[in-house]
Design a protein around this ligand. Structure first.
Ligand code: NAP
Ligand code: 4JX
Length: 296
């Protein structure tokens, strides 16, 4: 018997959800042993916790953020925890030249690259958007453009290792969010760019995975200070969040959600977008495309 139209959507959601949860590979911490990993925004918060998990798993790592002293302390803690190696390279992602050179420096220290974890953001406060166009530009440069620069610079290293790019984003990069317009714009931009590049990789046989991490509110000091007295939402723990980010990257997932409440994940499945992506892929012919510009 044919299904009434009204029931088609919930059925489609259930089918996609069961596909999403079934037949999943299992994560093993050994997957990261000896892997060469870059973590940005590693001096505090989620990035710091990502670094400690990677250290316990025995990865080689290069950490970056602006605060030189704090970053050095995080790197030495990583060595105590069992990192195969841990270097800190301080600098600001507002500076495009730093972002480009940083990847080369890191690759020299690591002898290659398996995973690029893009996590840094500029400090943001919750406020109504007035006319701060400069602030918007800075948010886009630090939270979005530097991610593009870093991932472009890492391509020649990630392609030979069949490596992974892990992009730390937010629920505010999937769902419009008041009081965070510049932040939300930069996080939506990450989805637009990296999800398009993932499709290009599929079309051209490039085996570099891209994982977009969609996080709800997480209990980092920065976040708790920013929301205090303005917004109430349950915050999820940063340590578990960091582990889920690494797992999703190692398992080469396209997207992951971590946050409270957990069922938000179901609402983010967005089957319409997936179906439209599949349809649109049938319509391209790559034979007549000009070759992409190489990096100077
Ligand atoms: P955080 O604690 O504020 O840490 C941000 C990191 O970025 C720090 O290491 C900071 O170090 C670095 N950073 C700031 N400005 C920089 C710049 N100009 N250049 C280079 N590095 C810079 O942030 P978090 O809460 O852990 O957030 C980490 C990621 O999770 C972000 O991508 C964020 O969007 C995402 N996320 C967080 C939450 C949450 O509730 N916490 C929710 C959803 C998504 P320095 O100051 O030393 O440079
Ligand atoms: C308030 C709120 C509520 C986010 C994801 C999010 C970021 C923003 C705003 C965090 C780090 C910060 C300061 C919910 N979500 C969020 N925020 N879900 O990404 N917030 C704060 C907190 C930039 O720097 C549900």
């Amino acid at each position: 018997m044919a299904l009434p139209r009204k029931q088609l959507l919930p059925v489609l959601v259930l089918v996609l959800a069961s596909y999403y949860y079934s037949a999943r590979d299992e994560f093993r911490p050994e997957m990261l042993r000896g892997k060469r990993v870059i973590v940005t925004g590693a001096s505090k918060g989620i990035g710091e916790e990502v670094a400690y998990h990677l250290a316990r798993m025995g990865a080689h790592m290069v950490l970056t953020a602006r605060s030189e002293g704090t970053l050095r302390k995080v790197a030495s803690r990583c060595l105590e925890l069992g990192a195969a190696s841990a270097h800190s390279v301080p600098g600001s992602m507002e500076d495009t030249a730093f972002a480009e050179n940083f990847v080369d420096t890191a690759a020299r220290l690591l002898g290659g690259l398996d995973m690029l974890i893009l996590n840094h953001i500029m400090a943001m406060s919750l406020e109504l958007f007035g006319a701060d166009v400069l602030g918007m530009r800075r948010a886009l440069e630090v939270n979005f453009l530097s991610y593009v620069v870093l991932s472009v610079a890492a391509q020649p290293l990630l392609r030979p290792s069949n490596g992974s790019v892990v992009v730390v984003s937010s629920l505010a990069g999937k769902v419009p969010t008041p009081l965070l317009a510049p932040y939300a714009a930069s996080k939506f931009a990450l989805d637009g760019f990296f999800s398009s590049i993932r499709l290009e990789n599929q079309m051209t046989g490039v085996n570099v995975s891209i994982t977009l991490c969609i996080l709800g509110l997480i209990d980092t000091d920065t976040a708790m200070e920013a929301v205090a007295g303005i917004m109430s939402a349950e915050a999820a723990p940063k340590q578990e969040c960091a582990l889920e980010i690494i797992k999703a990257g190692a398992l080469r997932r396209e997207e992951m959600f971590y946050g409270r409440p957990g069922w938000v994940q179901l609402l983010l499945l967005n089957p319409g977008r997936r179906v439209l992506e599949l349809f649109s892929l049938q319509r391209y012919n790559l034979d007549n495309l000009p070759r992409p510009e190489a990096r100077p």
